[in-house]
Design a protein around this ligand. Structure first.
Ligand SMILES: Cc1cc2nc3c(=O)[nH]c(=O)nc-3n(C[C@H](O)[C@H](O)[C@H](O)COP(=O)(O)OP(=O)(O)OC[C@H]3O[C@@H](n4cnc5c(N)ncnc54)[C@H](O)[C@@H]3O)c2cc1C
Length: 411
């Protein structure tokens, strides 16, 4: 089966949806997703989304991002992300996203390795709030179609340029979708791990396909392990206990219920300390206690975590819960420039599958939703620019032809 669209987007998480919302409304856009439209990591994000609160916070936010990333970050990308953050929050609010307020102003929380509270949130379901509102907006667009349970299996390449993708679904084994531009927004790689917080169908397909075509990749070894997921012997996705719980005062204990680490150090450092402690104690997990957080804060700020733990048999307002590190995020990916262009013409990559260098070797908490949104908007704007250039060129050529015709006739 063969079809032609103007733009094809692989993935319906925040990065794919936000790209669709920012692309020209007169372009025919097809979005595909491997699973149902709500099964993306974007829906799972708990803690929140970072923002530059004011000019005085710039240096400190920049430094926190760089330090967490072991100074392996691309500085230009970090600057773009921070400088664009307020605009992105305004866009989200414009799309109906609701953030927690303290009186009339927005409330800000803190997570590990942040020197100040600068994270906006919606209880502990920030990702669901943002992604469902963006999805509702995309559904209103007449120029965008979403195909669920449709998996990209390859990219189509002609003369070194990407001209679309190949996909499959239950009905069709080979669907060739030709497009002027292709945007890969296919998320992370957690599905390749036994223990991960990610959806199992997120298996880094775009990375494999890119490798096959010699598209530039970067930092494939930069994988983030989250220090605190709820320990379970059941198979399947690991449930995240957000870092903002520690930001609000939760502490980690060893088997003797003694603290052994500063809980607000960067994720990779806390993870290492937990692994060391488990080895020393001969245990499969350590303990997380929320006893220093008042009950009302737990119920208001972390209702999802509270409820999930209740279902698993733990009352976090009264007792410690067992936690263990698990794969969480992929900092590396398909190399892109600051407009999310890959090394192949007409091919863009955004969100977790891309590597614009923002996160360096380790992502600062709550920077990924922001990064996904900032750089998918930039991809959309770049594509918009390409179309305008093309149209101008066509008009100029038509003008020249008209002039030639006129002179031809006049002569
Ligand atoms: C539990 C959890 C909590 C998190 N909390 C936070 C947080 O508080 N703050 C924060 O900033 N970040 C957080 N993150 C990270 C953040 O949610 C993700 O990095 C971000 O949402 C990635 O968005 P995305 O659009 O790139 O990918 P995703 O939202 O994962 O979407 C990927 C899409 O690609 C599709 N796809 C994949 N492969 C194919 C294929 N071959 N063909 C077709 N479709 C395909 C999937 O079906 C899906 O639609 C969290 C992540 C997890 C897992």
């Amino acid at each position: 089966m063969e079809m032609k669209r103007d733009i094809v987007i692989v993935g319906t998480g925040v990065s794919g949806l936000f790209a669709a919302l920012n692309l020209p409304k007169d372009k025919d856009i097809l979005m595909i997703t491997k699973s149902d439209v709500k099964s993306s990591d974007s829906f799972l994000a708990q803690g929140g989304i970072c923002v530059l609160r004011n000019e005085e916070d710039y240096d400190s936010y920049f430094e926190d991002t760089m330090r967490a990333g072991h100074y392996q970050n691309r500085k230009e990308s970090v600057d773009i992300m921070i400088r664009s953050s307020r605009e992105i929050i305004n866009d989200l609010v414009g799309y109906g996203v609701e953030f927690e307020k303290a009186g009339k102003n927005f409330a800000y929380t803190r997570e590990g390795a942040h020197s100040k509270p600068r994270i906006m949130y919606h209880a502990d379901i920030t990702g669901k709030e943002i992604t469902s509102k963006l999805l509702a907006q995309v559904r209103k667009l007449e120029n965008v179609t979403i195909a669920e349970y449709t998996t990209m299996t390859d990219v189509l390449v002609e003369n070194g340029k990407c001209v679309g993708i190949e996909a499959e679904n239950e009905l069709e084994r080979e669907i060739q979708i030709y497009a002027d531009y292709t945007i890969l927004a296919s998320g992370g790689i957690g599905g390749r791990y036994k223990n991960s917080t990610n959806f199992p169908h997120l298996t880094g397909d775009a990375i494999d396909i890119s490798r096959k075509h010699g598209i530039k990749l970067q930092h494939l070894d930069y994988v983030q392990i989250h220090p605190t997921t709820l320990y379970s012997k059941k198979p399947g996705r690991r449930f995240l206990i957000s870092e903002s719980v520690r930001g609000e005062g939760a502490v980690l204990y060893n088997k003797n219920k003694e603290r052994f680490v500063n809980e607000l150090l960067p994720r990779d450092v806390v993870t290492k300390e937990i692994c060391k402690q488990m080895k020393k104690d001969g245990t499969d997990h350590v303990w997380l206690s929320m006893e220093h957080i008042d009950r009302e804060t737990i119920l208001n700020h972390f209702p999802n975590i509270y409820q999930y733990c209740r279902e698993e048999g733990y009352d976090v307002t009264k007792e410690c819960i067992p936690v263990v590190p698990a794969q969480h995020y992929f900092m590396g990916g398909i190399w892109v420039d600051s407009d999310s262009k890959t090394s192949m013409e007409q091919l863009f990559a955004v969100g977790e599958t891309s590597c614009n260098g923002v996160h360096g070797a380790n992502r600062l908490a709550s920077n990924s939703l922001l990064e996904s949104l900032v750089f998918s908007k930039r991809a959309a704007n770049k594509i918009k620019g390409f179309y305008i250039e093309k149209e101008d060129k066509t008009k100029r050529q038509e003008g020249q032809t008209d002039e030639q015709n006129y002179h031809g006739i006049a002569g």
